[in-house]
Design a protein. Structure first.
Lengths: 368, 386
């Protein structure tokens, strides 16, 4: 039998932003036994003593007091460093562009934090993600957030049944606009707070500077596909496939773009034109596939929709899943700037089937 | 659910008699003690009377007492005020690694101003060794500041012995007695301490009021500038109502020192006996005998202290992990680190129970049982997600 809300303890992961504030508010209004917890995962205290986490926690305190729920802070700096940041650096070292948010959800929010919540006798954890969980025939199905523009299932693709079985996404059925409105109506301290952007631990800082603090840069040549030298790059890790800014290649004709990275020769391959053919691919190989509800048949391919990067429109693909946790994905339309290290996430209608990490791209299907 | 407060070392509830004593000074006798009219005179009378009361309890003369905004200001005034006024005598200060941050951070501030500070280590009971004090003394040492009783583990420092040691030295001796005041007997008339800080809110007085005792003849540079209050040593209109409350709290606390000591020892015994009976594994941190009776610091090896404290709070029991910490930065306690260096399990699993007004044996029994229950649940539980 389902517990009544007042007997159901929900621990909300509160970031100090408007989404998690409204998450806590809605749960409280629905009568749950709500506890707010702020996770401190990163220390960015500067010389003047300013720390983003301290500021954010101040907001959490205010909001929790407004809502009337207890609040605590927990420290996951060590876990974050070991599981997320180390991975992040390793991926950059390997010439890829990692997605730390996917890892953060898998290892921190829905592991370290979930475990902590369970130790407090929680029945569920809740976060301010734009996504939905539904129990269907004894399985926990991950569904896209109703606000298509804000849907965050892309970052949640690595969650397991066990994790989802203890998860609530109370704002997943709301458009962002309405979340703001609810915050304003309740006069929450975070109602007008700007949404955070970018990678949480880098914040507003310069990405290149940040990365250079942790990884030695190896400058090298920029070459065209045909080997013509076009200039110098500052280190392959600073560039992303399809990037236009910051190459510093002048001259006539169309602008230049990053086409590829040749790690062995430490060469950045560049090409002219947004639609340069070197930027296009027809498929990819993914590793670490997570199948949220059930594993597919490994004998047979299937067709579904996919996102190859966050907020991309759905793309039609055919998936060839394998038992070893890899999958080959064929695009029905060639895709531009598919980037190893990012996630490939599969959908059937509103249902997120799961996903994996893009290991490498397949330029021409016939050569694969 | 009855809420049980066992965090009296953080702050304590106002004694009802203290509140009664204070109320008239908010309502009818609200005057400024410096004013020449009768409202002023009434306030001045209360201020003087309160100072006399406290002076009598401490065994000192009235003019040695400076009212401050609390323990932190008293510590800052003693350390920074004395150092800046006397730097011609030397720029070396001795303190310990287990002081309150009001002392440690004041010392850090002086380091920025080219003072040299020695932070003495402690043994595993939390005490400094006299030999270390002796060895650290230099010709240019002007100040030794050691806390009377530790706020986290309750260990009492060998104050008398250090005072004797300093008799033949130019260095003056300051002690932060914020946590010890009201918990142990001390009479400043036969204790050779030159400066001493105390605070009202740890002894069932109001927040926002403290005292620095400064032995006659010592010169301090003021930290605040303005009016001529407190014999020009601390500017600012006196917080008369709080001072009246402070005096009342001092009277009350010193009347009951022996009786409370017995009660708190009984409380500690209840906790220890319950856990022993229930096979809960624990260590007591701090000195076995030389300790403040109201503070009991315990390590539960293998237990995540954040989880224990949150669970206790959700069960209506307020305890703490030592000094209050900020934004989830559970820095290991500097006191426990100084005592146990790298014994991580002991440092990271330590919780402080501190007893005070209103606690009953029944309450402490519930604290003991609830803690045992949570500790064994946390100890047994497997991680939900591996």
């Amino acid at each position: 039998m389902k517990k009544r809300p007042e007997d159901t303890r929900v621990v909300v992961g509160m970031s100090g932003g408007v989404d998690s504030s409204v998450t806590a508010l809605l749960l409280k209004e629905q009568g749950y036994d709500v506890i707010g917890i702020f996770m401190k995962n990163w220390d960015d205290t500067d010389e003047s003593g300013f720390c983003t986490a301290t500021e954010d926690y101040e907001d959490v305190i205010q909001v929790c007091n407004q809502i009337g729920i207890p609040y605590y802070a927990v420290n996951f700096e060590k876990q974050y460093w070991d599981k997320v940041f180390t991975y992040f650096l390793e991926e950059y070292k390997a010439g890829r562009t990692p997605n730390p948010d996917v890892m953060c959800n898998k290892e921190i929010k829905f592991k370290a934090f979930l475990n902590h919540a369970m130790s407090l006798g929680a029945d569920y954890v809740a976060t301010g993600h734009y996504a939905r969980v539904e129990e269907r025939d004894g399985n926990f199905v991950l569904l896209r957030g109703v606000d298509n523009n804000k849907d965050q299932t892309y970052f949640l693709n690595a969650l397991s049944q066990k994790q989802l079985s203890k998860t609530m996404f109370p704002i997943g059925h709301l458009p962002k606009k309405e979340v703001r409105e609810r915050a304003l109506e309740a006069n929450l301290a975070t109602a007008k707070k700007k949404d955070s952007t970018g990678i949480c631990f880098i914040g507003e800082r310069n990405f290149k500077e940040f990365l250079s603090e942790f990884l030695p840069a190896q400058p090298g040549e920029m070459q065209t596909v045909d080997g013509e030298v076009k200039g110098q790059h500052d280190g392959l890790m600073y560039y992303t496939l399809g990037q236009r800014q910051g190459l510093g290649i002048g001259g006539a004709g169309e602008p230049w773009f990053v086409i590829d990275k040749d790690l062995e020769r430490n060469v950045l391959i560049v090409g002219q034109g947004f639609h340069h053919e070197g930027l296009y691919s027809e498929g990819l190989d993914a590793i670490g596939m997570n199948w949220i509800v059930s594993k597919p048949s490994f004998e047979k391919e299937f067709t579904c929709m996919a996102k190859l990067r966050y907020r991309q429109d759905d793309q039609k693909v055919t998936v060839y899943p394998k038992e070893d946790g890899t999958a080959r994905v064929y695009f029905h339309e060639p895709q531009r700037a598919v980037t190893p290290g990012q996630a490939v996430v599969l959908y059937e209608g509103d249902v997120c089937l799961g996903g994996g990490t893009i290991d490498h791209v397949i330029k021409k299907w016939e050569n694969a | 659910m009855e809420m049980i407060y066992v965090d009296h070392a953080a702050t304590s509830p106002l004694h009802p008699k203290v509140l009664d004593a204070m109320l008239p000074y908010f309502e009818t006798h609200f005057g400024n003690p410096s004013s020449i009219h009768q409202f002023g005179r009434q306030a001045r009378q209360a201020l003087d009377q309160s100072r006399r009361t406290i002076a009598k309890v401490l065994g000192v003369s009235e003019q040695t007492l400076i009212f401050t905004s609390g323990g932190t200001e008293a510590d800052n005034m003693a350390i920074i005020g004395y150092a800046l006024e006397n730097e011609d005598k030397g720029k070396h200060i001795i303190t310990s690694q287990v002081e309150h941050h009001a002392v440690l951070h004041a010392c850090k501030e002086l380091e920025k101003r080219d003072f040299d500070v020695t932070y003495l280590p402690v043994d595993e009971t939390g005490q400094v060794k006299l030999n270390d004090v002796q060895a650290a003394l230099r010709d240019d040492t002007i100040l030794v500041t050691l806390m009377f009783g530790n706020n986290e583990v309750g260990t009492i420092q060998p104050i008398e012995e250090v005072a004797l040691l300093l008799k033949e030295h130019q260095a003056v001796f300051h002690s932060d007695a914020v946590q010890a005041c009201g918990a142990v007997e001390f009479d400043l008339s036969d204790l050779s301490v030159d400066m001493l800080s105390i605070s009202a809110h740890k002894i069932n007085g109001p927040k926002g009021i403290g005292i620095l005792y400064v032995k006659e003849g010592l010169k301090l540079r003021p930290v605040l500038f303005g009016g001529e209050q407190e014999r020009k040593r601390r500017a600012g209109t006196e917080n008369v109502a709080a001072i009246v409350g402070f005096a009342k709290a001092m009277e009350l606390t010193y009347q009951s020192i022996v009786e409370r000591k017995e009660r708190y020892e009984q409380f500690a015994q209840i906790l220890i006996d319950t856990w022993t009976k229930q096979d809960v594994q624990f260590f007591i941190n701090g000195h076995q005998n030389e300790r403040l009776p109201h503070v009991l610091n315990i390590s539960f090896p293998g237990v995540n202290i954040e989880q224990l404290l949150m669970n206790l709070d959700l069960a209506g029991i307020a305890a703490s992990s030592g000094s209050a910490c900020t934004a989830g930065s559970i820095e290991p306690s500097h006191v426990l680190v100084a005592m146990f260096q790298d014994e991580d399990t002991r440092i990271q699993s330590a919780i402080r129970f501190s007893f005070g007004l209103g606690n009953t044996a029944e309450q402490i029994e519930r604290v003991a049982n609830e803690t045992a229950k949570i500790v064994s649940r946390l100890g047994q539980q497997e991680e939900f997600i591996n």
